[in-house]
Design a protein around this ligand. Structure first.
Ligand SMILES: [Zn+2]
Length: 454
């Protein structure tokens, strides 16, 4: 908050986030400059539509005075407040809670500040609608005898924003000049516009002021120093914009490869690998990024102390160079033979069913496994294979009428599940049902893992 002191009144610029902070600030000012408390507020300027520049207004304005004095803000102020702080407000506040570390413990290992200060106020807030909207650059107003010249700078730090100059005091106010993309989710600023406006400010006001002040930083004194500061900020925003666009337009796989090679040269192998990985994914038909990525992986492997990382990088490099498929560790078939239980065979079979292929299929097959003394029902339903143990108390079931019932030994059941023809003790229904079930499973021929395990 900045206070412009007049003989009988004060003009308040950017009255902070909360009543309590704004009141404390004006009390400090009164203690030192107006102990008799004779000056009243004769005007207020809210430079832009962010809460830390207007929400503390209510308690520094004399009761009932809000309409009697000019409350100045840029055109579009209320619309911008609605858009960012009300409509998108809850989401912004959620993100702000992260940025401002509200829940972190206050200690050296935890919360130590918010950059702009020690903390963000949590006091009472208000939104007093402005009654004098600035619309044009060069617009002038006299408040409490003070001449103020305004510059419109929309879409810079905020959607609606103004800079202003006090020719009588040779003082220029540029409330914010140092944020571009906040973590709290405020709208991204137009860096190019900001650069243009800062240059415009140098041209408009540069020959006059002896001090430039903002709302968050120390003032800069001296004309040469302040022009320097504005020019540096102007150039920073222009650079940010122009180089981002230039790099974006220079993109493409060739440029990415060149960049990556540069990073490899500089021994930043992991970043080069990340960059190239994107290029390989996006341009799978082009071999250059693969070749460079393979060499980066090889270097990473040879620099790795850990054998497993070394293997990982070398295998990645080998695959990129040879397109050789990486085989699973176990290459031979592990026949489980009859050792697992009947239930385990069914469990293995159920995760081999191709859900899409089985989606429209319904099958009911009963197995009476005599030597295991177990009765099972397999159900294909809605793309899954359900196995259910039948016991004497099962009684008549809704999904009765099996397509096939088989009475057989455990060894014969295994052969049936392997798709082999066996003579079973007794069977009733359509024998093809077993084949129909097995065609729903999808396991590639000769696969090391699969129903071939059965
Ligand atoms: Zn601010």
């Amino acid at each position: 908050m900045t206070i412009v002191q007049r003989k009988e009144g004060i003009i308040i610029i950017d009255p902070l986030i909360s009543f309590e902070c704004a009141a404390a600030t004006s009390n400090i000012c009164q203690t030192h400059h107006d102990p008799e408390k004779q000056r009243r507020v004769t005007g207020m300027i809210c430079s832009h539509s962010h809460g830390d520049h207007y929400m503390g207004a209510q308690d520094v304005l004399p009761p009932g005075q809000a309409l009697a004095i000019p409350i100045i803000a840029p055109e579009g102020f209320m619309e911008a407040v609605m858009s960012e702080s009300v409509i998108a407000g809850p989401a912004m506040r959620q993100r702000a809670a992260f940025m401002y570390g509200r829940t972190l413990p206050r200690r050296p290992q935890g919360y130590i500040g918010v950059g702009l200060g020690m903390g963000s106020s949590i006091g009472s807030t208000s939104l007093i609608p402005p009654n004098l909207m600035i619309q044009n650059t060069g617009e002038e107003h006299v408040v409490d005898g003070v001449r103020i010249v305004f510059q419109m700078v929309p879409e810079t730090e905020a959607l609606a924003e103004i800079n202003f100059h006090f020719p009588g005091f040779q003082a220029l106010c540029i409330p914010e000049i140092a944020t571009y993309l906040t973590l709290r989710g405020a709208q991204v600023r137009d860096a190019k516009a900001w650069s243009r406006y800062l240059d415009e400010a140098i041209v408009l006001f540069g020959s006059e002021p002896d001090v430039v002040f903002g709302s968050h930083n120390w003032p800069t004194w001296g004309r040469k120093e302040l022009i320097n500061k504005l020019a540096e900020q102007r150039d920073m925003y222009a650079y940010l914009h122009d180089q981002t666009v230039r790099m974006m337009n220079l993109g493409g796989v060739e440029a990415v490869c060149a960049q990556a090679e540069d990073f490899i040269q500089r021994r930043d192998l992991r970043f080069a690998a990340t960059l190239l990985h994107h290029a390989v994914a996006a341009y799978s038909e082009i071999s250059k990024p693969k070749t460079i990525l393979a060499s980066a992986y090889k270097k990473l492997a040879h620099g790795a102390e850990n054998a497993t990382w070394r293997n990982l990088y070398l295998t990645g490099a080998q695959r990129l160079r040879t397109r050789r498929q990486v085989r699973m560790v176990a290459r031979s078939r592990t026949l489980l033979e009859p050792n697992p239980s009947v239930e385990q065979w069914f469990s293995i079979l159920s995760v081999q069913v191709n859900g899409e292929r089985a989606a429209e299929k319904s099958l009911v097959i009963d197995f009476n496994v005599t030597d295991a003394n177990e009765k099972w029902r397999l159900l294909v339903s809605n793309g899954v294979l359900i196995h259910r143990r039948l016991c004497r108390s099962s009684g008549q079931l809704i999904d009765d009428r099996p397509d096939l019932q088989m009475v057989l030994s455990k060894q014969d059941l295994l052969e049936v599940l392997r798709g082999n023809d066996v003579e079973c003790k007794k069977q009733e229904g359509r024998r093809e049902a077993v084949q129909e079930l097995l065609t729903l499973t999808s396991v590639s021929q000769g696969s090391a893992r699969g129903p071939s395990q059965l």
